[in-house]
Design a binder for this molecule. Structure first.
Ligand code: MN
Length: 200
């Protein structure tokens, strides 16, 4: 029995067009995200075998691989629900107020997250996160899936800037992909994630 499972998309593959093509979403969800789910389940089995055998010669690689796949599964699961064909515009209510307070306004936040996403070196993510230690919002620039972010933070809005997320449609012009992402952000989903994070 698999511990982790691939969640269904909350919309059809082509629902986010023209911002993101249906063929990208189909591959991204069915192949890339699914590989992280499968990878996380496989490494759990390998860790169980290591415990059974009392053999920890591969422990460093296994723990690194667990973090990579499990964080990949987690971030993609958030990414799908962050986006909606009815998205765009800007947040209001408690989320809008927190953004104003912590970033000095929506436009400054938008520029900050855009810059953090566009300048990822190699593969990674730009993220708006809630930091439970300070109670404030942060922009994080995540390397791969699991590096360069703090355990105190909960991701609320994540922009996948791995090449598989945009290359079939945008080629090397990743800035146009990130601009398109802003037109499909489901702020209701981001606001709900902030409320849940604040409740702990
Ligand atoms: Mn991805």
């Amino acid at each position: 029995m698999a511990v982790y499972t691939l969640p269904d998309l909350p919309y059809d593959y082509s629902a986010l067009e023209p911002a993101i093509s249906g063929s990208i979403i189909e591959l991204h969800h069915g192949k890339h995200h699914n590989a992280y789910v499968t990878g996380a389940n496989t490494v759990l089995e390998q860790l169980a075998e290591a415990r059974e055998a009392g053999s920890y010669g591969s422990i460093v690689g296994l723990e690194k691989t667990l973090a990579f796949h499990l964080a990949g599964h987690t971030l993609h699961s958030i990414y799908w629900t962050n986006l909606s064909p009815d998205g765009g515009d800007r947040p209001e209510g408690a989320l809008g107020e927190a953004i104003d307070r912590d970033f000095g306004g929506f436009e400054k936040f938008r520029a900050h997250l855009t810059a953090a996403t566009n300048t990822v070196q190699g593969s990674g993510w730009g993220a708006l996160s809630y930091d439970s230690l300070s109670g404030r919002l942060l922009v994080e620039q995540i390397q791969d899936h699991q590096a360069n972010h703090s355990p105190s933070t909960t991701p609320l809005l994540v922009f996948d800037i791995w090449e598989h997320a945009f290359y079939l449609q945008y080629k090397n012009v990743k800035a146009d992909y990130v601009e398109a992402l802003w037109t499909i952000v489901d702020w209701g989903n981001v606001a709900a994630r902030l409320a849940a994070a604040r409740r702990g």
